[in-house]
Design a protein. Structure first.
Length: 586
């Protein structure tokens, strides 16, 4: 019997495949009045990512400019510049602006004060008027300038610019962008060649300033900055592994210790190698990949970040890689020189090098991209994390590649923990970025604590060796709570525990719930007996159990494990053993 057949008698029914979430809420499909909705919490930054329905990594994005297409408000303009709105835009609207200089001053521009640091990309749509050349500039601790020629369709930059591009969007309009790194305080648009007093005008529309190496889809702002994509406290409906229906992804708090997770040029060590830009799309579908390539020498060719760590703690190093001319790489933690070789053509893990690792993994992210990871224990207060090029998958060198042979690279992460969590982008340049742990809570007054059942269909894709609850019923005003725990000491042991009488079902033996595999559990209570079912079988029961009659907070927590919820249902009655077995059968 399918799960959906039980909905008619349910007090609360939640489906990740049918759920929607925003503004710190995820919505249950029953009840429909909002009383069964879950309150979601994760943190106050945009550090979280998910795999979206297209199979690409989705980030949170923010346009840091105010009034991004209203150039006569927050933007400052000298008297020598005239601005005229209502011009024909690149998108068929009349939202473009004519920006005209009277030619008296050589440094006249529209500009906005903004406090930024780290890696940022500044972009605007532009069209030639009487002037063909205009300039984007960001100034402060660094002075980044990009000179765009809208007639020749070219761009030149000064040494403070990481990258710049000019891309046609049709009807003589171009999206022009530059990427830079540093603490700056103001951004400019010059309607002519900076430093040369010349009368004339250009057209512009939709300015954007955002963290990262690439200009993304426009976010139009008003009196405040604007955000899009995966927001701070937005639930993550994740489609990893090519799933057609998502899971609600809940992860523990993790910190990416790498200050430049995509700007690989800033690695602590680059030896007999070089980092090149490329237009190849990353697993997020944007052109922010890099190439780790040969750059002379005959021995070992590699790059590395060396973050500060705590001696004796376990760390996981992960990075996204794709075959270019070379198919083999090695990931190495250099305290005991422990590492593994990876084949980026077949997506397989090969042999070891150096010391013994705790674990290693490779995950297919499509379009030739793989996320490779290794886990090891720190034996000092710094942890060398290196990506080495290899010609055979068995040795780090010596070998001499041809030309600029190399591999594509993106998304560098070192985190404390025994397994890799989802990618945490960091462009700060000065420190780490933390994604908070996630929790869902719904207050239930739909069933009496004198008789109830609840069911969950989920996957625990990673488990720590700490025992923590993944599902809890917190009964208000009492200590008589019920929790479903995962015990990673035995790989995937799941058990039911309660502060009421201290009863526990399951302890030290594997119960058939395996990490990475679908699990279905059901707990029933009839006023005296509480029973626990796993994957179509009764796992344990006990009698003489009593609960106070009070409201219940249903909680899903990711404090230690990666928990992927498919369905949750609770009932105002005890299901029969036959129904519980039917409901939990895989």
């Amino acid at each position: 019997m399918p799960t959906e057949s039980f909905f008619s008698s349910a007090s609360l029914a939640y489906l990740a495949s049918a759920g929607a979430g925003k503004d710190g809420k995820t919505y249950s499909i029953k009840p429909t009045d909002g009383s069964g909705d879950f309150t979601f919490s994760r943190g106050s930054n945009l550090a979280a990512t998910r795999v979206g329905p297209t199979g690409l990594i989705e980030k949170g994005r923010e346009n840091l400019l105010k009034q991004s297409n209203n150039f006569d408000t927050t933007w400052i303009t000298p008297v020598s510049i005239t601005k005229t709105s209502g011009q024909s835009g690149y998108d068929g609207s009349n939202d473009a602006w004519k920006i005209e200089s009277n030619g008296v001053a050589a440094y006249d521009a529209v500009y906005q004060y903004i406090s930024i640091s780290g890696v940022n990309t500044y972009s605007v749509y532009a069209k030639a008027g009487t002037n063909n050349i205009f300039v984007l500039r960001s100034a402060g601790a660094v002075d980044a300038r990009a000179y765009f020629n809208l007639s020749a369709v070219s761009v030149s930059v000064n040494s403070s610019v990481i990258d710049a591009s000019i891309e046609s969007v049709g009807n003589d309009w171009y999206r022009c962008s530059m990427t830079f790194n540093g603490a700056n305080s103001v951004v400019y648009v010059y309607p002519n060649e900076l430093g040369i007093a010349s009368a004339g005008y250009i057209y512009i529309q939709d300015a954007q300033l955002e963290i990262g190496l690439a200009a993304t889809e426009v976010i139009t702002t008003g009196a405040t900055t604007g955000k899009a994509g995966l927001l701070e406290d937005e639930p993550r409906f994740d489609y990893s592994g090519g799933a057609t229906c998502p899971s609600l992804l809940l992860e523990p708090s993790r910190t990416n210790l790498i200050p430049y997770s995509e700007y690989i040029e800033e690695a602590d060590i680059i030896d007999a190698a070089q980092v090149l830009t490329t237009t190849d799309a990353t697993p997020e579908g944007t052109n922010n990949a890099r190439v780790l390539a040969y750059n002379g020498g005959t021995n070992q060719h590699y790059m590395s970040f060396v973050p500060s760590v705590t001696n004796g703690e376990t760390y996981t190093f992960s990075v996204f890689l794709k075959k270019k001319e070379l198919r083999y790489v090695a990931l190495i933690f250099l305290n005991d020189y422990a590492g593994r070789f990876f084949d980026l053509e077949t997506g397989t893990i090969l042999g070891t090098t150096g010391g013994t690792l705790v674990d290693s993994k490779i995950e297919n992210f499509g379009n030739g991209w793989y996320r490779c990871s290794i886990t090891d224990v720190a034996t000092s207060t710094s942890k060398f994390s290196g990506v080495y090029l290899s010609d055979n998958g068995t040795a780090l060198g010596p070998f001499v590649p041809t030309g600029n042979d190399g591999v594509y690279i993106y998304g560098y992460q070192v985190e404390q923990g025994s397994y890799p969590t989802s990618y945490i982008p960091n462009h700060s340049g000065t420190g780490s970025v933390t994604r908070g742990h996630e929790m869902e809570t719904a207050i239930s007054s739909r069933f009496s604590t004198q008789s109830f059942s609840f069911f969950a269909d989920y996957v625990v894709s990673q488990a720590s060796n700490k025992s923590f609850p993944v599902i809890s019923l917190d009964i208000s005003g009492t200590t008589n709570d019920i929790s479903i725990y995962l015990n990673g000491y035995v790989g995937a042991n799941l058990y039911l525990g309660s502060t009421n009488g201290g009863y526990i079902f399951g302890s030290s033996t594997n119960d058939g719930v395996n990490v990475g595999s679908q699990s279905k559990i059901c707990v029933t209570y009839d006023g005296d007996e509480i029973s626990y079912y796993i994957n179509g079988a009764l796992y344990g029961s006990t009698t003489g159990v009593t609960f106070d009659n009070a409201d219940v907070a249903v909680k899903f927590s990711s404090n230690r494990h990666i928990f992927e919820l498919k369905k949750y249902i609770d009932f105002p009655e005890a299901l029969s053993q036959a129904d519980a077995i039917t409901l939990t059968t895989l």
